[in-house]
Design a protein around this ligand. Structure first.
Ligand SMILES: NC(=O)c1ccc[n+]([C@@H]2O[C@H](COP(=O)([O-])OP(=O)(O)OC[C@H]3O[C@@H](n4cnc5c(N)ncnc54)[C@H](OP(=O)(O)O)[C@@H]3O)[C@@H](O)[C@H]2O)c1
Length: 256
């Protein structure tokens, strides 16, 4: 129970990677605010799973990027769970698979709102409490795609690259206040988003891809959650401004 006494906010904590992170942080003792955009039933299930095991969690519907909804959520968390000293910025959406030549400004704006501008609003609002906490953490869930710049992925890659730059800057700025800031960058993960991506790219399922991946499987949400749990733990007290890729070491080609 290394996170006993701490309060975590996991954006997009209702499904996929965020769900895995919420469950893990709760298992490690944190009270968890499970944020979601519209699937309240999924968020309620995560809360139920946590409380059934003796943990503490509350669900909050608030689209990241919607200032009024986020403000209401933060007021709710403060009164229900206390000061947030651990933010996992995980909420995210995939971009439409279009070439730059065919991508409208609105698509960049949509991705920047969710992956960059919304998280920066959240961070700005949470920093005073984090600075006062002594130890606090921000973990940004990015993607291995920032180093790959695949075709037809510019809106997503640009957004993830921008939030990584912000995270590294924040790590330098807030170190003196005890705030650690790190980046966890998964490759393909077995979630609804992951399933949609592989279906669109090749008409396959993640189950069909498992055997071809390092260690016999595509990355699972719990793999990402394990890295987050380490980064926010006492063991990582001296770790900030770092980026960990969670993809089993990448495809075999990259390991040779
Ligand atoms: N899956 C992959 O292969 C993969 C790889 C690398 C990085 N990632 C990153 O990992 C993160 C999680 O992805 P995932 O695969 O778990 O996706 P997912 O299965 O589609 O789940 C997305 C989660 O984010 C929430 N969400 C989406 N937009 C939101 C918003 N504006 N405000 C609040 N919550 C929002 C969803 O809530 P609702 O259900 O209520 O909409 C849901 O809980 C994302 O940042 C993604 O870019 C994913």
């Amino acid at each position: 129970m290394s996170l006993a006494g701490r309060t975590a906010l996991v954006t997009g904590g209702s499904r996929g990677v965020g769900r895995g992170i919420a469950l893990r942080l709760a298992a490690d003792g944190a009270a968890v605010a499970v944020n979601y955009r519209r699937d309240g039933d999924a968020a309620a299930e995560v809360v139920e799973e946590i409380t059934a095991k003796g943990g503490r969690a509350v669900a909050y519907g608030a689209p990241v990027g919607d200032a009024a909804a986020v403000e209401a959520m933060l007021a709710g968390i403060a009164s229900d769970l206390g000061t947030v000293d651990l933010l996992v910025s995980n909420a995210g959406v995939a971009s439409r698979a279009t070439l730059i030549g065919d991508t409208e400004r609105s698509e960049y704006q949509r991705l920047l709102d969710v992956h960059v501008l919304g998280p920066l609003d959240l961070i700005r609002a949470l920093l005073p409490g984090m600075r006062a906490a002594g130890r606090a953490d921000v973990v940004v869930i990015s993607s291995t795609t920032t180093g790959k710049t695949p075709k037809a992925g510019a809106a997503y890659t640009i957004a993830k690259t921008a939030i990584e730059a912000a995270a590294r800057t924040l790590a330098r700025e807030e170190r003196e206040h005890g705030v650690r800031v790190n980046i966890v960058a998964p490759g393909l993960v077995a979630t609804e988003m992951g399933e949609r991506l592989v279906r669109a790219a090749g008409g396959v399922t993640i189950a069909e891809l498992d055997a071809e991946y390092p260690f016999g499987r595509v990355t699972r949400p719990a793999d990402v959650a394990g890295a987050v749990a380490f980064l926010v733990s006492q063991d990582a007290e001296h770790v900030t401004g770092q980026r960990i890729e969670i993809d089993g070491g990448g495809p075999d080609r990259a390991l040779r």
